[in-house]
Write a protein that binds this ligand. Sequence first.
Ligand code: G6P
Length: 363
Amino acid sequence: HAFDTGGHSHFMAKEIYEQPAVIDQINRLYRDRSLLDQLFSLDAARIRRINFVACGSSFHAASVARHWIQSMSGIECTVHVASEYRYEALPRIYPGEVAILVSQSGETADTLAALERLRRLGMPVIAIVNESGSTMARLADITLPLAAGPEIGVASTKAFMAQLVVMAHLSLHLALRQASPTITGRLRDHLLRLPALIDAALHNEPAVIEAASGLAGVSSALFLGRGPFQALAAEGALKLKETSYIHAEAFPAGELKHGPLALVDDAMPVFALAGSDDLRPKLASNLREVTARGGQVHVIGDRESMLSMADVASGMMTVPRAPEFIRPMVAAVPLQLLAYHAACVRGLDVDRPRNLAKSVTVE
Ligand code: G6P
């Protein structure tokens, strides 16, 4: 039942473990193209520019999707925090420009205000929303469902995962204009394999519990990544601060030497997302700067990346090796489990963190 914890100690744990089933459900829903074919009904039938607008975890999911869409279809994407975008001076709107609003609840006040503003300006609005009866779902020109089921834990987990998977399908759909069907077909097969990979990532929970046990008395943590994994780093930091009240910040790994390195000492754990194969040597050299200053580096990556980072890692959270396209989803699992277990070792109520609300319906 959606409204009990189903044998888990908390909704957050239950929702983390529901993710393989949620992904299966989304893959089924988006298998026939009718949902995404709605995009052809837009005046902007040839989408030339996408403005993502969202808050919190939904913002981070959109920040990952930007990389997929730009690399697969060459469509320019920008990602905006809704509380800024609703007031910001907007540049000229071009034909073919659309907005994609991403929201679990479909009721976040700032995202809704951005929606209303964009509609007034005449920009077509696509909403990616979990709550199908929500205001956003009703007001958007096109609504793409997340179908994650009710999310009760305040810190988003399965809705974040669902956002990634739906936007992965969307990215493939947009890529059909550019890439050969063989390539997009192969990428779609990766999405079909994703539930099994998430399941395998969940099996590595013991290593995450060990890392979380080191966070009992910690006051700050740093998360680093490059490319799409920079957005995952931001999500990892957000999850950790939401549930465990540890001051956590995320930076693109290459920015380390422009400031954050000054914070590093042996009391501050650094979590590094080893995502993309091409950038791995660069990340490793960023991390050497951390270990040289006594910092403790925990690497999140597959076995192959672990081998090349063994000299810098004092802790490892291994994930199964996955095709690069779907690695962001796999990497999300240890980050979610880390936030969950860190809160548990600190004796906190993960489902109802202090000062936070599931849905922020006032400005
Ligand atoms: C709150 C929640 C977050 C969520 C954010 C955006 O801060 O605690 O988990 O990511 O709102 O909410 P939305 O419903 O628009 O995705």
